[in-house]
Design a protein around this ligand. Structure first.
Ligand code: HEM
Length: 419
């Protein structure tokens, strides 16, 4: 039995901040290993990447999630008391609630709502000189998410609420003001949604059957109790916030279309298979969630290495999606790779791996795929636009990544036969 290879420097927090998404994979390559140990934020941690590492990470016998997320992530992105920090039966019960919202009819509906709000927004883009696609798509998705979840949203709330959701997404790795804006946004949004949950329970606020707001309001935990209003609010935000987060993948889709024009032509023909492959490749290739975190439940050994009880462990999502053993020429954007590449629960993991019900794999993966497809359909078949000169580069040390210019378009017009 040997010790896990260790970094030269005792604490790697600074290296993580400067290398960002590539921090883990660079060291795995350097030490010719799939895992290494170091300290982050002064805490001992094992970093792992690859398909085999994902399989062990999602083994509930070995890892738990309670306490795995740093406070700064809980206070901004995730909230406290939500599904991400639950284990065992409590997790399964809460996760079933999320998955009950993901029926084919509900997935279809979020697609229709996205298309409806996109069409509305596109009308106004046609009268504007320049359009910031990132800002606009976030507004579209906030409207669609609230309508889908049955969360009331008057016109005056659309912009401030969208900005709150975006602030939560951008805050975890941010320093200074941007981090504090995320905390403030979360507090404010949780308070408003907790009041909504109480109004739904007292019938002061009517809601549709099977909507997220109603489901969260009346969900009972493993002990048969309703959730605390503030925790139900955290879970409702676990629906609204990530739907808005899909805006980043949509901007990266627009970037990919811009940088690889032949795919635009293929998608314009309505090639459904290419649409699916393109969406998968955007999720594989572009950076979003860098890692997921767990804690060793009981000491165990794996591949000849000892994992002590209580050790913090990070699984590299970005690095696994670009692992050269899994993906031929991983640093090239090539949707057609999916024509011959089987994907399983552990090799393509932009939204986590494992099983939806048993593990912490993202509950919204099907929603994400559907919304991205609707957006790509709009970008390639319903509108024409120009991409003026701008700085479309993005930094891998900025998490979550986004092109510097956010993607500006101009001369927006409806394609003949649309609108
Ligand atoms: C931009 C698209 C998205 C990305 C990149 C993303 C990514 C992730 C990741 C990495 C996880 C953690 C997996 C783990 O801990 O093992 C996660 C969990 C989760 N996601 Fe997403 N997600 C996205 C969209 C969505 C959407 C649209 C929804 C809901 C409609 C959603 C709801 C959730 C929930 C509820 C969890 C917690 C699952 C659990 O702890 O069991 N996500 N997501």
């Amino acid at each position: 039995m040997s010790n896990i290879p260790s970094t030269r420097w005792p604490d790697s927090t600074l290296a993580l901040l400067t290398e960002g998404y590539e921090f883990i994979s660079k060291r795995c390559q350097r030490y010719n290993t799939d895992m290494f140990k170091t300290r982050l934020l002064l805490q001992k941690v094992v970093c792992m990447r690859g398909e085999e590492a994902a399989k062990i990470f999602y083994d509930n016998q070995h890892f738990k999630r309670h306490g795995a997320m740093p406070q700064r992530v809980q206070k901004t992105l995730l909230g406290q008391g939500g599904v991400q920090g639950l284990d065992g039966e409590a997790h399964r019960c809460r996760k079933d609630m999320f998955m009950s919202l993901m029926s084919p009819a509900r997935i279809d509906l979020i697609g229709q709502l996205t298309a409806k709000h996109w069409r509305e927004a596109q009308k106004s883009w046609q009268t504007q000189e320049k359009v910031n696609l990132f800002v606009e798509v976030n507004l579209i998705l906030c409207r669609a998410a609230c309508e889908w979840a049955d969360v009331p949203l008057v016109e005056a709330q659309v912009k401030p609420f969208t900005e709150e959701l975006v602030a939560m997404i951008e805050a975890p790795a941010a320093l200074g003001l941007r981090h504090w804006q995320g905390r403030k946004a979360r507090d404010h949004a949780e308070e408003r949604l907790a009041r909504l949950i109480e109004d739904i329970r007292s019938n002061a606020q009517p809601t549709g059957e099977q909507t997220a707001a109603r489901t969260m309001a009346f969900h009972k935990d493993v002990n048969g109790n309703l959730l605390e209003p503030r925790i139900a609010a955290v879970e409702l935000l676990n629906i609204l916030r990530p739907i808005v987060a899909i805006g980043r993948f949509i901007v990266f889709s627009a970037l990919a279309l811009h940088e690889h024009p032949p795919y635009r032509q293929k998608l314009q023909t309505g090639d459904e298979q290419m649409l699916t492959h393109f969406v998968q490749e955007v999720r594989r290739y572009y950076p979003f969630f860098p890692t997921v975190a767990g804690i060793v439940k009981q000491a165990f050994s794996w591949q000849g290495y000892k994992f002590p009880k209580g050790r913090w462990v990070l699984l590299d999502l970005y690095g696994t999606n670009r692992d050269p053993r899994l993906w031929e020429r991983p640093n090239e954007f090539r949707p057609e790779r999916f024509e011959s590449r089987d994907i399983n629960s552990f090799n393509l993991i932009p939204q986590g791996g494992g099983d939806y019900h048993q593990h912490h794999r993202c509950a919204g993966e099907w929603v994400t795929l559907e919304v991205m497809k609707v957006a790509l359909h709009a970008l390639t078949q319903e509108m024409e636009y120009t991409v003026p000169p701008q700085d479309l580069s993005f930094s891998l040390s900025h998490m979550p990544a986004i092109p510097k210019s956010r993607f500006i378009i101009s001369d927006v017009q409806a394609k003949p036969g649309n609108l």
